[in-house]
Each structure stands twice: as C-alpha cells, then as structure tokens.
Design a protein around this ligand. Structure first.
Ligand code: PMP
Length: 309
C-alpha cells in the first residue's frame, strides 16, 4: 500500500502520467526515512520522522509547494501506512511532494501539486562492514547560487548520480564532492565526518551540504556518548588524506567507514575506534535500545514496550 494524493491505495495503482511536470523538470522534493524492526520487542520504530517532515516542509517551501498536512498528520499517515503494510523488517519510507500538472513550461508558479508516501523493505544501502573506498569526484557539488543543496529536491540528484556513477565506473564505492571553491562538501547521498588531530570535524551547511538528520544525530552522540565536541568547519581535500578516520553518514547509508580516498589509505586502513563507537551508538539509538534517545523513535504497532535497559 502507499499513500497517494489523500488515499491509501495499492502501490501498483499509484501512477503518474508521462507529462507530469516533476518527471519532466525535476520539480519535486522528497525525504528518506528509515524504520527499524526490533525482533525482541516485535516492534517497528520510525527514526526521527518529525524532523524529516520538517525538512520536507523547508524543501517544499523552496519549491513553492505547500504540503497537504501538518507535521503530526504526516507522522500519523506514515505510521498508518507502515501498519497497513504489516512490515516486520527494516523499511525505507519515501515521501514526495511534486508538481503534478501535465503541461509544457518550466516554472514553479501556477501548477497543481501532488503528494505521495511509499515504503519498501530495505537493508544496507552500502555494504560497509570493513569500510568503503572513495574517490574525490570530478563533479563539483552544486552551489547554492545554482540550486540549493540544503533542500532535498529531486532535480538536484542528477549531481549525486553523476558523482556516484563516476565512482562506480572507477571501481570504488563512493564519491566525495568538493564545492566550487574546492572544499569538501559531502558524499553522493551522505554527509562526511573526519577525525583530524583528535577532533571530529564536519563541513558546515554553507559548503553546500544537505544538512543531514544522521549528521545531527552523530553530533549529539559524539558529544553525549564519546565526550567529543564536533567542529563544523571547511575541510580541504588533502586534509582527508591525513585524517585518522573518515566516515560517511545518512539515513540510507547509516554510518559508513571510509578506508581509502583517491587510493590513499585513511589512518590504518581499518575501521577506526571513533567510527566504530559512533556506528554502535547509532544502531542502538535507531533501534530504540538507547532509552536516552527514545523520543527520537516512534513505534508503529500498538504494543507495550518492554523496558530492558
Ligand atoms: N547528503 C545527501 C546529498 C543526501 O542525499 C543525504 C540522504 N538524505 C544525506 C546527505 C544525509 O541526510 P540524512 O542523514 O538526513 O539522511
């Protein structure tokens, strides 16, 4: 089942026409939300869905789209959708707000708008256990003066797709994009952190990143669980070569250690202790096992939680 323009319908019945504006011009915005299955609680937990819908609203505002519901209703619809599908596995939820008019003419004004949420079973987006290999992409991260990377707009993902495929065709797993002025921005669908001289460093929003919810989660976990302050500052490409650790993070990717960049080993070439600790802490939080962050997860099924830790 999916939620399509106001109704729950079978996914195969949720169709759009070939002339749909968003399909022709990339005029849509979206989110990627994960829900994690906890076998011991027999419960599906959605992670930070309210924060995702807040970002969706900001993205939609940039496109002059108004979402059909407020945040609480969007969360309730998502929960209901997951319940109706009866998922007992990890799931990826994809809300999309899009320009639905079927006409020729590139613009944002005077168009009909559509809204859909679908959900699919989802495992690892990147096989990451021992760390991934990355290259610096020859494609620069799109600048805010051209199209805003901080808004999650479908059209902008051509930038990510070019970079990701360039990396794959070069035999590695991921691409790291630089800004127009040569600073590290982010991966194709992940934010980047580096351990440099004992500090955890991450590029600031002004370096054309999508301001990730996983990134924010990592900042909290580093401070609360590892007693490390995260520094948001511009990072040079060559700083990464000398970093002790680098990892990527995102809803789909989760916490992904980077063991090599541009054929140079990062640190020991193995998964570093800070990356490992953040990865473990993250998995506890998203599965609802860390009660300090329990407010970030919302249960789909109506069962009493068995508080164990
Ligand atoms: N940057 C880009 C370009 C992305 O597509 C994503 C995935 N949404 C991220 C960063 C990470 O964002 P989040 O942690 O909110 O998923």
């Amino acid at each position: 089942m999916c939620y399509f323009n106001g109704e729950f319908v079978p996914l195969q019945d949720a169709k759009i026409g070939v002339m749909t504006h968003a399909f022709n011009y990339g005029t849509a915005c979206f989110e990627g939300i994960r829900a994690y299955w906890s076998a011991d609680e027999r419960q599906l937990h959605v992670f930070r869905q309210a924060d995702h819908f807040d970002r969706l609203r900001r993205s939609a505002h940039t496109l002059m789209i108004s979402l059909p519901h407020d945040r609480d209703t969007l969360c309730a619809i998502t929960t209901e959708l997951l319940r109706r599908n009866g998922f007992e596995t990890d799931v990826y939820v994809r809300p999309l707000a899009y320009m639905a008019s079927e006409l020729i003419g590139v613009r944002l004004h005077n168009l009909d708008q559509g809204f859909v949420i679908y959900a699919v079973p989802f495992g690892d987006y990147i096989e990451a256990a021992g760390g991934v290999r990355a290259i610096t992409s020859s494609w620069r991260r799109i600048d805010d003066t051209a199209a805003p990377a901080r808004a999650k707009l479908t059209g902008i993902y051509v930038n990510s797709a070019l970079a990701k495929t360039e990396a794959a065709l070069n035999g590695v797993d991921e691409a790291i994009m630089l800004t127009d002025d040569g600073h590290v921005s982010e991966g194709s669908a992940e934010n980047l952190f580096a351990v440099i001289a004992g500090e955890l460093v991450t590029p600031p929003p002004s370096d054309n990143i999508l301001v990730g919810i996983t990134r924010d989660t990592v900042i909290h976990l580093a401070e609360d669980r590892l007693d490390m302050t995260v520094r948001e500052r511009s990072v040079d490409r060559s700083e990464l070569y000398g970093a002790d650790e680098v990892f990527l993070c995102g809803t789909g990717a989760q916490i992904v250690p980077v063991r090599e960049i541009d054929r140079r080993a990062i640190g020991t070439g193995q998964v570093g202790p800070i990356t490992r600790a953040i990865g473990r802490a993250y998995m506890d939080v998203v599965h609802g096992r860390d009660w300090r962050y329990r407010s970030w997860v919302s249960a789909v099924y109506q069962r009493e939680p068995a508080r164990s830790s």
